[in-house]
Ligand binder design. Sequence first.
Ligand code: HEM
Length: 201
Amino acid sequence: VTGAVGPLNPTIPGYDFGSPSSAQSPISLEDLANLEQTLGWTGEDEQRLRKHIELFRSQAERMVDTWRAVIAAQPHLWQWFAGPDGKPDDTYKAAVKRRFVQWVVDVATRPHDQAWLNYQEEIGLRHTPEKKNKTDGRHTPAYVPLRYLLAFLPVVTNVQQFFDPAIADPEDRTALERSWTKAVHLHITLWSRPYTREGLF
Ligand code: HEM
């Protein structure tokens, strides 16, 4: 599969973007367009993120490490990464981290097409009992409660710190953070679908 950002990265285990192993989204592209309109997501946001792709590439790991530190500091959060012995499963954390870093780059580059929509369903499922642990064959708790996905949004959208000093103009930094925030909000909205009662999403 090729797209605006070139071929898939096949070197990340379990990264099934655009692959037949990915779930299929039950959401139509029309529903998606309505959600985007509701969020105020426009082509300008898409272009702004893509324009700064090198910045996201260079900062992605730092971003993920920063967010991981927030999780590591709170036992009620890191418990979702703990193995049967109650300790953080480092093999799991390392495997998930590579896909999380790739996700940052994907948010900034991937067009919101059917393959993208399908992978959002997949990532949502990977936080729920249907697919959590399955990709990496681990034995951590069966799901991450939806309330923590939602509550984590302000953490993952507080990103201006990563744009400084690469983007000198504060207005440009704010605009980029705003586009990133809308994109992440859209992702989490789509990931919430597998958590909802049939017909209520
Ligand atoms: C804004 C909130 C969040 C974002 C953007 C996010 C993002 C991601 C991404 C990109 C992945 C990898 C998807 C893939 O396999 O390609 C992932 C997996 C995972 N996330 Fe989250 N996440 C969020 C909230 C949380 C929270 C609050 C927790 C728990 C403290 C959590 C725990 C996990 C776990 C355990 C996995 C691995 C699931 C598996 O077994 O495949 N996530 N997340």
